[in-house]
Write a protein that binds this ligand. Sequence first.
Ligand SMILES: Cc1cc2nc3c(=O)[nH]c(=O)nc-3n(C[C@H](O)[C@H](O)[C@H](O)COP(=O)(O)OP(=O)(O)OC[C@H]3O[C@@H](n4cnc5c(N)ncnc54)[C@H](O)[C@@H]3O)c2cc1C
Length: 455
Amino acid sequence: MDPTDLDDLGGALSEQALTTDRATVEGYRRDWTQSESAGMPLCVVRAADADDVVATMRWAGARGVPVVPRGAGSGLSGGSCAVDGCVVLSLDRMRAIEIDVATRTAVVEPGALNAEVKAAAAGHGLWYPPDPSSFEICSIGGNVATNAGGLCCVKYGVTTDYVLGLDVVLADGTLLRLGGKRIKDVAGLSLVKLFVGSEGTLGVITRAILRLMPAAPPPSTLVATFATVEAAADAVIAAGRTLRPSMMELMDHASIGAVEDYRPMGLDRTAGALLIAQSDAPGAARAEEVETIRAACRDAGARECFVTEDADEGELFTAARRAAFPAIERLGAVMFEDVGVPVPLLPQLLTGISAIAEQHDVRIPVVAHAGDGNTHPIIVYPRGDPAARERAAAAFDAVMHLAIGLGGTITGEHGIGRLKRAALPEQLGPDVMALTHRIKHALDPKGILNPGAAF
Ligand SMILES: Cc1cc2nc3c(=O)[nH]c(=O)nc-3n(C[C@H](O)[C@H](O)[C@H](O)COP(=O)(O)OP(=O)(O)OC[C@H]3O[C@@H](n4cnc5c(N)ncnc54)[C@H](O)[C@@H]3O)c2cc1C
């Protein structure tokens, strides 16, 4: 069978699903990283439904053609970047959302954006908590495939905590139905969990059943400034000993400046670090939580501490934090890190990152989901300067090595993708890598699903 003969594939798909138009294909080659090493796809399939996904996998499986599943392309680890001769299998047209109030679940096609699911749930007084900063531009399929985190995850958990069921198409075109609208279900192996975070390497998600919560009350917001990131991290550790705030985000001096340049909001540019914490605890517990966080900030030497009950005012600070990535991207070429450590080791991680920046002569602004110990050091270097790029790449590796040395992880939420693949064995070790490869081989013996990503 000729793997480049697309007539059979086109014939098996719904109308207009297959495209080889160069301009269209170009738009599906890369994720947010804009990786220069992305390959040239054979074609793009924009699936209209699960049947299109099954047909694509059957066609590709029979011919050994690589398939790169793709959500909205907002990934920061190169996970949905194309490889040469692949089919980019885009789920962006599959966007149906059904809310089931009686079971408090959402049945969602993978291309629906996170923000669309939140809005649909809110229409019924319900809430889908996972909130990546990119919630307006990323898909649920991508969120499930990367096990995305976000700002409220410190209290409410990450994507996997909300996935009750999945439909998944395997490499040979078999459609599996896993889990369901059941809060409790321990029948068989936890296969739903196996596919969450598998980055398109084990199967293609065509439907997700998501757990919803009653809408949370508007939060109180506390904003504190510190002379150093380490002092801010000390406050995070102290507050986290007794409570789980609904948000605990950190911005360092450089990221505060970048956001102020990008969208002036009156943040204190002279601060070494800014902590944004929220509490949505009910009744009197709210004031107690806020007071505990305020005391932790004061004891860690906060320069200023400000509390607002006004949800809109609180949202302004959250928006400042969300603007950090685009703001920092304006400073030069960037490499996004996503390392995490146990929360008590945050100060060591932050001190180590600034030493790495100095050693490799690059800038590394840091924002962090600090309450989770998950940081985003963003390595910035001048565009079009190969020597600086090499120094940045060395700094990128050094940050991952630092995190592993502290008992941490090279990725807290963005996934391994293509950027961090070489570092994974250092974190997992040979036995876990070998088991991972055996699982991959059992599900995808020809290695056609997202080759070169994750492991
Ligand atoms: C400004 C900005 C802020 C961000 N903030 C956060 C944040 O706070 N938290 C966070 O976790 N991430 C964040 N991200 C990263 C990104 O948005 C998430 O990783 C997101 O989950 C990716 O979703 P996507 O739909 O864009 O997926 P893509 O980028 O298209 O794909 C990501 C991975 O999932 C796989 N995949 C996608 N859809 C499917 C499917 N249906 N079946 C199987 N595999 C699939 C792909 O093959 C790839 O490996 C941010 C990104 C940006 C640009």
